[in-house]
Design a protein around this ligand. Sequence first.
Ligand code: PAF
Length: 288
Amino acid sequence: MSEIASTREELAKLLDPARREGTLVGFVPTMGALHEGHASLMRVARERVGGGPVVVSIFVNPLQFGAGEDLDRYPRTLDADLEVCEREGVDVVFAPSVDDVYPGGLPQVTVAPGALGDVLEGKTRPGHFGGVLTVVAKLFGLVKPDVAVFGQKDYQQLALIRRMSSDLCLGVDVVGAPTQREPDGLALSSRNRYLSPEQREEATTLSRALYAAQREAAGGVETALQAARAELRRAKGVDLDYLVVTDPALAALPTDPAPGTEARILIAARVGTTRLIDNMSLTIGAPR
Ligand code: PAF
């Protein structure tokens, strides 16, 4: 049975036995609207902590929404979310109010993501990653987890949180869990619910482009990108924002990467009014 904490005091009380016994605490921060992708993160957390508590937070963080990004429109489905947590054997669900996370209003001191926060997603969503890192740092402070699990689907977010935990010595092992996909390749996302049936069909272009790049990566970065672009050209109603190949930590690749170099390909596109992102690993210059 999952226990629910709505305040930081309730959370502290529920985690008290684990602190006294010194068991590992696993953590999956979410904004709710939980789907199978989130459930897979909970399972990874469980594998990591064994019999220790797995904590899931459900908090729609106002600090990471920009002007024009509709915070009020973000889906809030607490009852269904609690069922998912229950099914996955989550021990504690932390579902605080905005006042509980930000007593006295938004914080004066925040976490700055640095240059990596200004590119890719950060370019179209200024301030977004500062908001994400600030709330994750706060949640780490409240939950004090040993391990925290994030989806690789939000690859830039994962890279930044990893970097924050290491640069600020937060002592949390940040684990990236594989993206969960529909049978036709579409990455699971809370935003998929905004797609019409036709847009849902067109949205598979993103993963098809990435798979095409993976298949052609033996020929080098440009060949991989051309294969992805060819898929994108075939699609109607997919408005590309970026398609890039980087190193796995999102730094630039060397101009002439050695065969077998590990890389990441990332894509963002608008399908109708819905912005979708996806990414996959690539091995440059080596047959898959
Ligand atoms: O990925 C999300 O759902 C959010 O960005 C996170 C990490 C829970 C912070 O609000």
